[in-house]
Structure formats: C-alpha cells, structure tokens
Design a binder for this molecule. Structure first.
Ligand SMILES: O=C(O)CCC(=O)c1ccccc1C(=O)O
Ligand SMILES: [Mg+2]
Length: 378
C-alpha cells in the first residue's frame, strides 16, 4: 500500500463526572485522531490518547512523534502484510528491515511513544484489513470471535449510589461489574463491595481495580476481607514495581490478580510471565493497547501468556471510540474471550463521537461489525 495523504486532528473527551482511581482523577481525556489515505482513496483510522500515569508519552511528545511518523509514511510503499506493519515500529537496533522495509524509528532520537505508535499502527491495520476485505479482528486471528463480553465500570463513591448503578448495569445486561477500590479506608471499600454484591446477587462477576493503591500489608487485609464477597479478580492491588509483593499476594488470594500498570515497564514483562527464572507474578493480565504501543504487541503478549496458562483481557485507557473499536477487534482475536473487556466507558463521556456506532455495548456485549477494516466510518 502507498500512503498518499495523512491527517492529524486533536480530540478531546470530557467525562460526565470525575472518575476517581487510587492514582488519579480523570475529568478530561485528550489526544489525536489519525487518518491515513491509501492510493485507492481508502481511509484508515487510529487514535492516540496518552495516559501518562501508565508510562506513555506526554501529549506534546505524542504530537511530535505522530508528526514524525506521518512524515515517514507519506508517499511511502509498505508491503501489504502484518510483518511490514510490525517492522515499521521496530527500534533501529532491532530485527530485520534494514534493507527496503519502511521504518518509522530511523534513529534512537524518536522517543518511546506507545500512544503515537498505537494510533499509526491501528490506521495501518484498518487499511490493510480493508484492502483484504476482512474485519480487522480476522486479520489479527483467522478464528476471531464475533462478539466480545464487556464489563460495566461503576463510578459512584457511596455504597447506596453504587448499588443503584450496579442494578442498572445488570438490568442493561452486563454480567461483569468493575469498581475502583483503594485510596480510602478499607472499611469504606468493604461497605462499597458489600453493597454491590447485595444489590446484584451471587451470579454477577465483581471485578476490583486498586490501581496500585495498596501497600502489601493493606493488600493482604483487603484480599482477606473483600474476598469474602466473591470476586472475579482484582487489577493491580500493589504498586506496579513491586512484582514480588504481587507474587506473594497471588499465592494468598483465592481469586486471580491481574497485572495492569505493571505492564507499562518493558523490563517487568519477563518477570510477570515467569520467564526470568521465577514463577509468574499474576494469573491474569490487563492489555491496554495504548500503553503497549498497539494491537500487535498486545496480541503477542496475550499469546505468550496463554502458552503458559495465563489469561489476558483488554481494556481501553478511557479513550475515544476509534481506540475502543480497535481494542474490541483485539479482544475478539485473543486466545481466550472468557474475561470481559473494559470497553464500556463510552457512556461516561459528555458527548460521544460519532453519536451512532457499532461499538456501544448491547446486553453487555459488543458484536464486531462484519465489514472490512475497523468498521467505523470516518
Ligand atoms: O476497565 C474498564 O472498564 C475501564 C478502564 C479503566 O478502568 C481504566 C481507565 C483509565 C485508566 C486506567 C484504567 C484501569 O484499568 O486501570
Ligand atoms: Mg486497571
């Protein structure tokens, strides 16, 4: 394919109410939409929305790297296959591609910028799958599923309000509810979890996310007390760099712990997977394509995890519909679709762009559109 035209548009998403996590409070998300046009006029779409707390580049570095990537692509030929897309983002010191392959990081001077890489990779994958006339998920895996399960993200603080939110989500068809914990006394979190369990009964999955907000000692107490209410899993109970604490806690917890923020450091990955001599530190992994630098790196990670019996699921980084569409295609292509994806956040924004699209969960699921590419009209 040849890229004949590139466009970069700022994007901005306001939340209806602040989303509080143990690490940060989100009221606004900002980033860029990327459009790439091929020689036959097809448009590929991607989105970059940095999440600095998760180790991505800042908004300004993101913009700078996007400009550099788009400059590198203009009027260039790229072989019509996945390897060529993967190679385009390789570091100068890595792999093949010395010869004629297109490289977007020609020198070490282009900074680490997973959100920018994610946007450009997605737009290229959108184009490649349109050119092959298959949905993007099929390009990632020929056996991709047609539907993905999605969790509802509950955002209330107070137990009564949370219970109300939980009942509403279940009435809408969600089977998995996620709530943010930590950053407040454990008594309060216990009251919150109890209220949700009481509201929805025993058959709904409750997933927690501590965003690294507990010390190891606090996490031990939390696992013992909150585990009583029946938990599907807990994301990132302890700070991301504390991999051994995560390992010890996983030995104790009667439910899977999922590493999320910990995946932001490339050095942590072999340790998390147990490839550095020890045992895997967690039983599940949260894949944020925005943090991992794209759908392909996330898929490779999930396959590696699956080969040693560990599960993975996809979440957005609270970003726009273009990113969530790509993430839904990734979720459909993962080795296992058992764990619901964190892609139900569209309803948390003041105004969704566009207002109608196929990536809004219905009955707690997203059905992937059976059309070529990403399946979103630009
Ligand atoms: O998983 C979801 O439902 C939404 C994604 C989410 O929780 C999130 C959103 C922004 C930043 C961090 C996180 C997180 O999973 O930790
Ligand atoms: Mg998380």
């Amino acid at each position: 394919m040849r890229i004949t035209e590139t466009r970069l548009t700022p994007s901005r998403l306001e939340l209806i109410r602040p989303l509080r996590t143990a690490r940060a409070t989100y009221t606004l998300r900002e980033g860029f939409l990327v459009h790439l046009v091929d020689e036959e006029g097809r448009v590929g779409q991607g989105e970059a929305m940095p999440l600095v707390e998760f180790g991505t580049e800042s908004l300004s570095v993101c913009q700078q790297v996007l400009h550099s990537h788009l400059r590198g692509l203009r009027e260039q030929n790229l072989a019509d296959n996945l390897d060529a897309i993967e190679d385009a983002f390789a570091l100068p010191s890595q792999g093949p591609g010395q010869g004629r392959a297109l490289r977007l990081r020609p020198s070490e001077e282009v900074p680490h910028a997973p959100a920018a890489d994610h946007a450009v990779e997605m737009a290229l994958l959108d184009l490649l799958s349109q050119r092959r006339e298959i949905p993007l998920c099929r390009l990632l895996d020929r056996a991709a599923r047609q539907e993905v399960l999605v969790n509802a993200l509950l955002t209330a603080e107070e137990p009564q309000e949370l219970a109300e939110e939980a009942r509403k989500a279940v009435a809408e068809g969600y089977k998995t509810l996620k709530l943010k914990v930590a950053g407040r006394p454990l008594d309060e979190d216990e009251a919150r979890v109890r209220a949700v369990r009481q509201a929805v009964g025993p058959d709904v999955n409750i997933r927690l996310d501590a965003n690294g907000g507990w010390t190891e000692t606090e996490a031990v107490h939390a696992v013992d007390r909150l585990g009583w209410y029946g938990l599907e899993l807990c994301e990132q109970p302890v700070p991301p760099q504390e991999l051994r604490a995560l390992w010890r806690l996983q030995r104790r917890a009667p439910f899977p712990l999922a590493a999320d923020e910990a995946l932001a450091s490339p050095e942590a990955i072999p340790v998390l997977l147990g490839l550095a001599g020890g045992m895997p530190a967690a039983r599940a992994f949260v894949l944020k394509p925005m943090v991992l630098g794209g759908l392909l790196p996330a898929l490779m990670f999930a396959r590696q995890a699956a080969s040693i019996g560990l599960e993975a699921f996809v979440t957005s980084a609270m970003d726009g519909v273009v990113s969530r569409a790509g993430a839904a295609h990734l979720a459909a292509a993962l080795p296992s679709g058992r764990l619901a994806s964190g892609l139900g956040v569209g309803s948390l924004f003041v105004r969704e762009e566009p207002s109608e699209h196929p990536f809004r969960p219905v009955q707690g699921r997203i059905r992937l559109p059976d059309v070529p590419g990403l399946g979103l009209s630009p």
